[in-house]
Structure formats: structure tokens, C-alpha cells
Design a protein around this ligand. Structure first.
Ligand SMILES: [Zn+2]
Length: 291
């Protein structure tokens, strides 16, 4: 096989408060959640500094609510060379919203982000990867509202989210003018193994490194890694919650920044927008593109 240029990986950041995480919203009631202090600005600025130090670029899937409250943070993301994208309005899962409320949520978030950034936003990622088989209307709404790609498919088996049979790499969503950019997985023991989020915090850096290298080498594809700004903040509040929720939210916070720096030193990372120009697209894409 001919020598090819090293694959540039993709970094994605879901910009939300630590209490938007699924462990908080399922363990705490509304008054308890409302009493928690905001930390998203400091956490995201800190992460932006880490990315700058390593020359890495990322796609920031950001809540509309965050853009409305903290427009200066949005300008900081954009002026530091990253791609701004939508994570919906307030982190309500798509299957909970239903069709019409989803359209409003998508529209409102896109508008708030574009107002703060001063330019169009193309990408969308559903809260908790909540586009599923029971939300078949979601892709049409995203395309109609002006999104050109979605990154809400996590091709793994999981108790809360996942689309285990979906393709692992970029494809055209059949019947829609929309790309799907699945969240990164590696193959091990005949199954798809997740690499981002809680798994990023749980797995040792050496394992993550070899997972990313194997995707680059064997699949000749970028790995789409995802992290949250709150995952690098061990000082965040720790209200009482059941042990499994506590474990899932707080595991690995202490070592997360060091681990990310290891990966940023070992691999190059860029935005989805940049990567879409060079990736190999699955055949269904040609059909979607022509439609
Ligand atoms: Zn999220």
C-alpha cells in the first residue's frame, strides 16, 4: 500500500453545564438543579487554553442557553479558530421533546448561536445522543432548519443511548441532504468500543492512544473524540446522588486534563468542518448528496 499522509483526528466538545449531564438530571429534582452555580465559562476557557497550547482545533457543540447567557464565551470559541455548532437549546432529549417542540428547540438554539457568533452554524448534536429509531422525523427537521450535518449517532450498545448497528464513519443520511458524523469507536473483540466522554475518563491514556492509532491505521479514518468542559474540573460541586450516578459523572476527573494533553501531543486534531473535506464517505452519501 502506498504511503499516505497521517490521518488528522476530530475533536468535539459538548458545551453545557456540569449539571446538564444525564447523571445530574436523572438524580436531582428541578429545585436542586436550579440551585447549582454556573461554571461553564471558566471550564470552557480553561479547555480553550489547553487546545491553544497544543495547536488543536475542535468543533464546539454548544447549548443555545449558554450562547444566550454568555455571548462572550461564544466569541472566544470562534475567534480562537474553532467551529461553533449546536447542541440544542437546554439539553432536553429529542425523544422527550416530540416533533414540534424539537423543531422549536433546534431553531431557537441555532438562532442564539448565530446571533452570538455572527455567522451561520451548520452542525448539530442531540443531547445525550437522543436521536433514535423512535424519532424518525428528526433528520428532516434538522435539514429544513439549515443544518448540513448531524453528529448524534453513537454506534455502541449502551443502556441510555446508542445505535449499535449504525455505520462507524461519515455517511449521507438516506433521503436527506444531511451528513451523519458518528461519534468515534474502535473495534475490539468483534464489537464497537466507545472512546469519548465517560469512557475517555475511565480508560488509561495508553489504551486510548492505541484505540485512536488503530482507527487511523486500520480504517484509515479520523477518530471523532468527544469531551465536555466539566470533565476537566475536579472542583465542581458534588451534591448527593446515588452511587452509580456519582461514579459515572465523577470518575477520572482528576487525570482528565493530563490525559487529553497526552492525546493532543500524540495526534493532530481538527474540526468536523475541516475533516469533512478529506474523509472517505460511505456509499449512501452519494445518494443523499444528489437528493
Ligand atoms: Zn450534552
Amino acid at each position: 500500500m502506498a504511503e499516505t499522509a497521517p490521518v488528522v483526528n476530530v475533536l468535539t466538545v459538548d458545551v453545557e453545564e456540569y449539571y446538564h449531564g444525564v447523571e445530574f438530571t436523572t438524580a436531582l429534582d428541578a429545585p436542586a438543579l436550579a440551585g447549582l452555580p454556573s461554571r461553564v465559562v471558566a471550564q470552557t476557557e480553561r479547555l480553550l487554553d489547553v487546545l491553544d497550547a497544543h495547536g488543536a482545533r475542535a468543533t464546539f457543540f454548544t447549548l443555545g442557553l449558554v450562547a444566550q447567557r454568555f455571548p462572550r464565551l461564544i466569541r472566544s470559541i470562534v475567534t480562537r479558530g474553532h467551529e461553533l455548532a449546536s447542541h440544542g437549546w437546554d439539553h432536553t432529549p429529542v425523544f422527550q421533546l416530540g416533533e414540534e417542540a424539537f423543531r422549536l428547540d433546534v431553531h431557537r438554539a441555532k438562532h442564539a448561536l448565530e446571533h452570538a457568533a455572527g455567522h451561520a452554524v451548520r452542525g448539530y448534536r442531540a443531547p445525550n445522543y437522543s436521536i433514535r429509531h423512535d424519532t424518525p422525523w428528526a433528520y428532516a427537521i434538522l435539514a429544513e432548519e439549515g443544518h448540513t450535518y448531524d453528529s448524534s449517532v453513537h454506534p455502541i450498545g449502551h443502556d441510555r443511548y446508542g445505535f449499535p448497528e449504525a455505520p462507524r464513519f461519515v455517511y449521507g443520511v438516506p433521503g436527506h441532504a444531511l451528513w451523519e458524523v458518528p461519534v468515534g469507536t474502535a473495534r475490539a473483540l468483534g464489537t464497537n468500543v466507545p472512546v469519548g466522554g465517560g469512557f475517555f475518563r475511565l480508560f488509561p491514556a495508553t489504551l486510548l492512544r492505541s484505540a485512536i492509532a488503530s482507527v487511523n491505521r486500520l480504517d484509515q479514518q479520523p477518530l471523532v473524540l468527544y469531551v465536555h468542559p466539566w470533565e476537566f474540573d475536579p472542583a465542581q460541586p458534588r451534591p448527593p446522588m446515588p452511587w452509580l450516578h456519582r461514579f459515572r459523572h465523577y470518575v477520572g476527573l482528576d487525570g482528565a486534563e493530563r490525559k487529553l494533553r497526552t492525546l493532543l501531543s500524540a495526534f493532530r486534531f481538527t474540526t468536523i468542518e475541516n475533516a469533512l473535506g478529506s474523509v472517505r464517505i460511505a456509499p449512501a452519501a452519494a445518494i443523499a448528496r444528489a437528493s
